[in-house]
Design a protein around this ligand. Structure first.
Ligand code: HEC
Length: 167
């Protein structure tokens, strides 16, 4: 006759699995009782799909927020870094900057530019704006803007913002 044997976990002594043996004698498992640990096969697959989906969503949102943090916001940067001297639509210590992208340097009539910038003959392209913001003195010696932006990605964002603000 077959018999039912219970496998006890060594450490906590809790019943883990129950086996029905094929024959009396050696405790060889023929089949396992469908207990808690070995129940249904399909629900695990469904659980797996749900878990995978949940992790995917979590991963996705973490990636998105990380990206948002890495990518500085052009408007905020402009206000923080440039806002002390510039506004889009009025002159302050520096000239108004709406539409500056693509414009000739020193073109705002109402603003008193340095001779150096007025005579520079520059046009504000991506490249020139990036050079200007990295080191104004190197691009136009003797200009009046004593300010630069250290980080390349911040410059890129600010330039993109100025580009959009011109539209
Ligand atoms: C300390 C004040 C100050 C800060 C801060 C400042 N600027 Fe200026 N900016 C000036 C002045 C002054 C001029 C005029 C320079 C001249 O005439 O030589 C100027 C000129 C410019 C010009 C040329 C405009 C034109 O019509 O040709 C651009 C572009 C510019 N600034 C962009 C920026 C940006 C972008 C920032 C922020 C990252 C910034 N500036 C921060 C004072 C400042």
């Amino acid at each position: 006759m077959s018999k039912i044997i219970t496998y006890r976990h060594n450490r906590d002594g809790v019943d883990r699995r129950r086996f029905r043996t094929a024959w009396p004698g050696p405790d060889t498992a023929l089949w396992q009782e469908p207990d808690r640990l070995t129940r249904k096969k399909w629900p695990y697959i469904v659980d797996g799909i749900i878990a995978g989906f949940v992790f995917f969503i979590i991963g996705w949102s973490v990636a998105l927020s990380a990206q948002a943090q890495i990518r500085p916001d052009g408007k905020a940067l402009f206000e923080k870094r440039c806002g002390g001297c510039h506004a889009l639509d009025r002159d302050k210590e520096g000239p108004r900057l709406r539409g500056v992208y693509g414009r000739a340097a020193g073109a705002i009539e109402s603003f008193q530019y340095s001779e150096a910038l007025k005579r520079s003959g520059l046009k504000w392209t991506d490249e020139n704006l990036d050079k200007w913001l990295s080191d104004t003195e190197k691009l136009v010696p003797d200009n009046d803007m004593t300010f630069h932006v250290e980080k390349a990605d911040e410059r890129t964002e600010i330039i993109a913002y100025l580009k959009n603000a011109g539209k």
